[in-house]
Design a protein around this ligand. Structure first.
Ligand SMILES: CC(=O)[C@@H](O)[C@H](O)COP(=O)(O)O
Ligand SMILES: NCC(=O)COP(=O)(O)O
Length: 256
């Protein structure tokens, strides 16, 4: 089984922009928080430029690209507008996510099976520009198999259903969702995909999923920004990194 020796932490800064936009000013500064997260150990920054610009704005994405030295993971819907912006911005990576204006947050995974014909040329253009493409999908075998046909080198498994069930104490649903994730990441890795995970992760669920050998990257935002309001982003990043390291240590004992 191909494993990922280390596991990267991508900090999603969307909800720093949510707070900033509440009064329409320029504080808190998204880039300043991103730089502090990187200084504390984040391996990259994730930001979601939504069609409705409810949080991250075009200027945020441009400043993040210009001012951070670590990889920028540009989350976006697969639209012509976003492709144009991504090609102009040239982030390290793009993660294609589904979007509905009326959604509170990302609800499901991208339907790469149903959207294959549109996604194939869309992804090819980003690949050709040297941008690493990942697909935000559910841990569904058909979606994973189709992702491999789309020449995306990576997928990000949507962990929202599992995380919500854990937080809500729905043990049976959490166990079912977890089994789907375990099977999905194994299938994806065996197909040669780089496997990321994200949505709804907190310290406990990040530790649990970091024990899966196939996971190369976790992208975490909402929970961490909330924690940062209490203890600061640096301590939050350090605590999240420690949780992920505990997960990796559990993996190592299992494999010993
Ligand atoms: C795809 C995903 O789960 C998140 O990265 C996404 O950014 C969530 O959207 P909001 O940040 O708008 O809640
Ligand atoms: N792709 C997941 C992400 O970037 C952050 O999701 P969340 O932790 O804000 O739910």
């Amino acid at each position: 089984m191909l494993n990922s020796p280390s596991i990267r932490l991508g900090v999603n800064v969307d909800h720093v922009a949510t707070v900033r936009n509440a009064r329409g000013g320029d504080r808190p500064d998204v880039v300043r928080i991103a730089l502090a997260a990187i200084a504390a150990g984040a391996d990259g920054i994730t930001a979601h430029l939504r069609e409705d610009r409810r949080h991250i704005r075009d200027t945020d994405m441009a400043r993040l690209k210009a001012e951070i030295a670590k990889p920028l993971n540009f989350e976006m819907a697969a639209t012509a507008e976003m492709q144009r912006i991504a090609l102009a911005t040239k982030p390290h990576a793009v993660c294609l996510v589904p979007e509905r204006r009326e959604e509170l947050t990302t609800e499901g995974g991208l339907d790469v099976v149903g959207q294959y014909n549109a996604l194939a040329p869309f992804i090819a253009k980003l690949n050709d520009a040297g941008i690493r493409v990942s697909l935000f999908i559910s841990a569904d075998a058909r979606q994973i198999e189709m992702a491999t046909k789309l020449r995306a080198p990576a997928i990000e498994i949507h962990t929202g259903g599992w995380c919500d069930a854990v937080v809500d104490g729905h043990r049976e649903k959490a166990d079912l969702e977890w089994r789907r994730i375990v099977e999905g990441v194994a299938l994806a890795r065996s197909a040669g995909l780089e496997v990321h995970a994200g949505h709804g992760l907190d310290y406990d669920t990040a530790e649990t999923i970091a024990a899966l050998p196939e996971i190369a990257e976790l992208n975490i935002g909402y929970f961490m920004i909330g924690e940062a309001l209490l203890v600061g982003i640096a301590e939050t990043v350090r605590t999240m990194r420690a949780a992920m390291d505990r997960g990796r240590a559990i993996l190592k004992t299992r494999m010993a």
